[in-house]
Design a protein around this ligand. Structure first.
Ligand SMILES: Cc1ncc(COP(=O)(O)O)c(C=O)c1O
Length: 396
């Protein structure tokens, strides 16, 4: 094995958000938790990235820097090779991360009081990017049918008719319910939005984290019409565990929409991506494909472990079968515990830091999200703590 994903690396130092006792205290109310929340990996990033960054450090000058032309080619080739999608060079706009980009996109493509459609339960900063900017969230809730999440197109047809609805933020693949949307689902959603003049912002940050048997389809690759009516947000941050480098690529095929967003970024003086993010991304896309495949294999094994553990030892808890991402959505509604008690027991007794499902909005109550991109021993420790703390409430 070229990589050691079993290695437990101390991350409490360097201000690591996921592990830092101070952050845990502020977020959860307890500092001594085993954290499986924030969506980054506890794995060391691929060696070629580390080497490329050290080489750049040794140059010793870190003035204003634009990405070199070959870094665009690395991205273009990656999406061609891995996702069968032809990106044009002039579609790129670099931003320091996707969470902030979504806020800027909402500002650029809607007005105060307009409505933005989201499919909850979903990555909660979507709602923040809407409400913190004086827009209103219009929820098109996902439906849970027999342990499988689906889009509610009937409801979506109604929501897009709202005259204040301007944008839909799509999470593809979906965090937290781990769906990798099928071609038919994306086509249906795209047709409804395009017909009703609703811009689709497709957040595809998890597009490389796909389990065997599933294929990620970039929304804009489905048709020219969809491409012209969409903004696609991508990044290597989840894929290669480089989120702290704050670099992402937003693709906007329509030139007018692209100019509107470029103006927005110009107004915010957000012009240059960081030196290290660009270098890391270029190296990742050119040289680290084998690392990603190995990491996904490891994550899949972690999932099998989690699933078996739940089946054998956490009776009453259910897990939603994931299709992608390393974020697993667990259903605790079968236990005789209300969600507030559950949350408190997980923190206070089990001493684990998971993401409380309620944060993800409509349909999240009674669920918890667990991040399994960690050494197996960490996952095992967390599950055993949960088992011990929940013993009195588990089904027979
Ligand atoms: C769906 C989704 N979008 C965006 C982000 C954050 O992206 P960034 O770190 O580039 O701001 C996350 C992180 O968890 C995410 O899950």
């Amino acid at each position: 094995m070229k990589w050691n994903f079993d290695e437990v690396i101390d991350r409490k130092c360097y201000g690591t958000i996921k592990w830092h006792p101070y952050v845990l205290k502020v977020h959860f109310g307890y500092e001594d938790l085993l954290p499986l929340w924030v969506a980054d990996m506890d794995f060391r990033a691929p060696e070629p990235i580390i080497k490329a960054m050290i080489e750049r450090v040794n140059h010793g000058i870190f003035g204003y820097t634009l990405p070199e032309e070959d870094s665009y080619m690395a991205v273009i080739n990656w999406f061609q090779r891995r996702h069968n999608w032809n990106i044009q060079r002039d579609w790129f706009i670099s931003t320091p991360g996707i969470e902030s980009a979504i806020s800027y996109l909402v500002l650029a493509f809607s007005k105060l009081g307009d409505k933005v459609i989201i499919q909850e339960p979903v990555y909660y900063p979507f709602r923040m990017s809407i409400e913190n900017n004086g827009r209103r969230a219009l929820v098109n809730p996902l439906k849970l049918n027999d342990g499988h999440y689906e889009m509610d197109f009937e409801d979506l047809e109604k929501k897009v008719k709202d005259p204040r609805a301007k944008i839909l933020i799509l999470c593809s693949p979906h965090n937290p319910v781990s769906r990798v949307w099928k071609r038919e689902e994306l086509e249906k959603l795209g047709t409804i939005c395009t017909k009703n003049n609703i811009l689709v912002i497709s957040d595809e940050i998890h597009c490389d984290l796909i389990f065997p048997g599933f294929i990620h389809i970039p929304f804009a690759s489905l048709s020219e019409e969809f491409a012209q009516n969409s903004v696609i947000c991508t990044s290597g941050s989840k894929t290669f565990n480089i989120a702290g480098l704050q670099t992402s690529n937003i693709f906007i095929p329509n030139p007018i929409k692209r100019q509107i967003f470029a103006n927005q970024m110009e107004n915010l003086s957000l012009k240059f991506p960081g030196i290290f993010g660009t270098i890391a991304l270029k190296t990742a896309y050119n040289e680290c494909e084998d690392w990603l495949d190995a990491a996904m294999e490891y994550i899949k094994k972690n999932y099998e472990f989690l699933k078996n553990f739940i089946q054998e030892r956490l009776h009453g808890v259910k897990v939603i079968e994931p299709e992608g991402t390393y974020l697993i959505w667990m259903d605790f509604r079968g236990l005789k515990l209300n969600p507030i008690e559950l949350d408190e027991i997980l923190k206070k007794e089990a001493k684990v830091g998971l993401d409380n499902g309620q944060m993800f909005g409509t349909g999240g109550l009674g669920f918890q999200r667990i991040n399994i991109a960690c050494p197996l021993s960490t996952l095992q420790d967390a599950l055993e703590r949960i088992e011990t703390a929940l013993k009195p409430y588990l089904n027979q």
